[in-house]
Design a binder for this molecule. Sequence first.
Ligand code: DGI
Ligand code: FE
Ligand code: FE
Length: 197
Amino acid sequence: MGYLKLRLSEKRYSHVCSVADECMRYSDLFSLSDSQKADLYTASLLHDITKEEPLQEHISILKRNKITLPEDEMQSPLTLHARTGALLAKEKYGINGDIFSMIDAHTTGKENMSVCEKLLFLCDFIEPKRTNPACRRLRDFFLNNLKAMPAYTALDSALLESMDSTIRYLVDEKRPISQRTIRARNFILQTKGYLLK
Ligand code: DGI
Ligand code: FE
Ligand code: FE
């Protein structure tokens, strides 16, 4: 992982290691197989590989991979590093399949996420090196829920809370919300039966 260390700032490198540890902490609760664990670990380390790149680099990665993203995603530059991170990890390390989709979905989420996609999405938000109040609150919320309900239910509840928190932040900052973020939240609402109320 020497290349990763070169590419990321010290702070970002320490964040991705912390996300990887946090993912492993919960992996047994969700009965992940050894190969799922290994994929989740790799995706965690690579998930922010393009986070520190300028917009021009994101555009160039998309271009050389012949990917055209919907206009709303191009207008939310912070979401691009998930798309381009997956593509760059594919180019540099030959990752594909589950690892690709975990990285690709880690910022906005998407409909019908796998348990590994959900874990990376959540652990990115709650890893212990994130000390802002919203992250601490969500970590406690998830840990308390794990004691009170089945792990999968606790995971979906925490995912919904983290999406709500991000959306509230984006509204407060007058930033655009990508369709993918909305679709991801609507899907969780549906699986949790909230739409029936
Ligand atoms: O890369 P990290 O900082 O570790 O975390 P992340 O990949 O979850 O990125 C978080 C940032 O992405 C945060 O500033 C909010 C932003 N974001 C997430 N969903 C959307 C979004 N920004 C816009 N404009 N639209 C979204 O839908
Ligand atoms: Fe990220
Ligand atoms: Fe991250």
